[in-house]
Write a new protein. Structure first.
Length: 162
């Protein structure tokens, strides 16, 4: 797989390469899957993975790898967006659902966008007031230019106390 283009470093947070290094250091599965951070901004995250380390017995992407990449894209969005807000928090998945729409025969990408700005503002205010908050995010998997799966997950952030 050729390397996807890297996003330009934004003045408000870590570069895509810094996020990728963070993921590989702190979530080793991302390294085993060959995850590359294409874009990591506070409102849009794109992660890519090659087929080879994620292949199943049908020569398509293993469902667990697909789910992991989608979940990781949403988790990364929360992580990067909270850094942008100046909030240090531990983020965990609380609930998730995955819908598979078509097999993926090659490299694949997960895209997560913050679609509801008011939900994000409520999430941040709740963390600031109560030390924890919950938000629901949606991510989509793409392969060969087509959507192949959808993910929805609830993430909980717990503010780290200094």
């Amino acid at each position: 797989m050729s390397s996807p283009p890297r996003a330009f470093r934004q003045s408000y947070g870590p570069s895509a390469l810094e996020v990728e290094r963070y993921l590989r250091r702190n979530i080793p599965l991302s390294a085993a899957m060959g995850v590359q951070v294409v874009l990591a901004g506070p409102r849009h995250v794109e992660l890519a993975a090659p087929l080879a380390p994620n292949i199943n017995h049908q020569s398509t992407v293993f469902g667990g790898s697909a789910s992991a990449l989608a979940m990781l894209s949403a988790w990364t969005l929360v992580h990067v967006a909270l850094l942008h807000e100046g909030i240090e928090a531990t983020t965990v998945i609380q609930r998730n659902a995955m819908t598979y729409e078509a097999p993926m025969h090659g490299d694949f990408t997960a895209v997560c966008r913050l679609a509801d700005e008011s939900a994000w503002r409520r999430f941040v205010r709740t963390i600031e007031r109560h030390g924890r908050g919950r938000i629901t995010l949606v991510a989509h998997l793409l392969a060969d230019g087509h959507q192949t799966a959808s993910f929805e997950g609830d993430f909980v952030a717990l503010r780290r106390l200094a």
